[in-house]
Write a protein that binds this ligand. Structure first.
Ligand SMILES: CC(C)(COP(=O)(O)OP(=O)(O)OC[C@H]1O[C@@H](n2cnc3c(N)ncnc32)[C@H](O)[C@@H]1OP(=O)(O)O)[C@@H](O)C(=O)NCCC(=O)NCCS
Length: 178
């Protein structure tokens, strides 16, 4: 997929992006709430290879790169998970390079993707699963107008322990009213 927002250009990953993606995704502390921490550039290359599937396929994850539309710098990525029997629901996850946080890029990129998913693809519901300790992500969910739907206690077995999971979501009709 490709889309422009005011300051950003969102596009497919390609092998030339491997080093830039490795640079921010390999930071284990900054990504402590993420499950994928690559250990080498080759890990990132296989990740890019696995992403070479068609966009909007049922029960698939698709990764899109967030870049600066002027400098072309790699800012981060968004994971888009198409799920549900009707293929009308989507889960989103986002990761920004630390150097590009605190500038509103995450909210701008997500708003662009959400507009596209609701307006162009006619999706019904978009959700995100957030660790309750991930305050940056919780602030982001609230900034873009997602509703908190529930806090599940020790519902995910993650990195060898049971952790809580907070679900945020928005429906197409709610997004259209904004
Ligand atoms: C979650 C994450 C993407 C949030 O990034 P972020 O930079 O805080 O979010 P935004 O890009 O929307 O930036 C918002 C901040 O920029 C500030 N900002 C500065 N200039 C701005 C501008 N021109 N427009 C909008 N906001 C601006 C806002 O005030 C806000 O700061 P605040 O949170 O201190 O109030 C980021 O922390 C991250 O990548 N974390 C690691 C990965 C992770 O845990 N992901 C969650 C998985 S769901």
């Amino acid at each position: 997929m490709q889309l422009y927002t005011e300051r950003l250009f969102l596009r497919d990953l390609n092998f030339n992006d491997a080093q830039n993606i490795f640079a921010y995704r390999s930071d284990a502390e900054a990504n402590k709430f993420q499950s994928w921490i690559p250990e080498s550039r080759e890990d990132v290359e296989s990740f890019i290879q696995r992403n070479k599937i068609e966009f909007n396929q049922p029960e698939s994850w698709y990764q899109v790169l967030i870049t600066d539309r002027e400098t072309e710098a790699v800012i981060g990525d968004i994971g888009i998970h198409f799920f549900g029997a009707e293929n009308l629901q989507v889960e989103l996850g986002i990761t920004l390079n630390k150097d590009f946080q605190g500038k509103g890029y995450a909210a701008e990129a997500l708003q662009g993707v959400i507009d596209f998913l609701f307006n162009d693809l006619g999706k019904h519901r978009i959700m995100a699963s957030v660790d309750p300790d991930n305050s940056d992500s919780i602030r982001l969910m609230e900034r873009i107008g997602f509703r908190k739907e529930g806090h599940f206690i020790k519902s995910l077995f993650w990195k060898n322990r049971w952790v809580d999971d907070v679900i945020y979501a928005i429906l197409r009709e709610e997004w259209m009213k904004k």
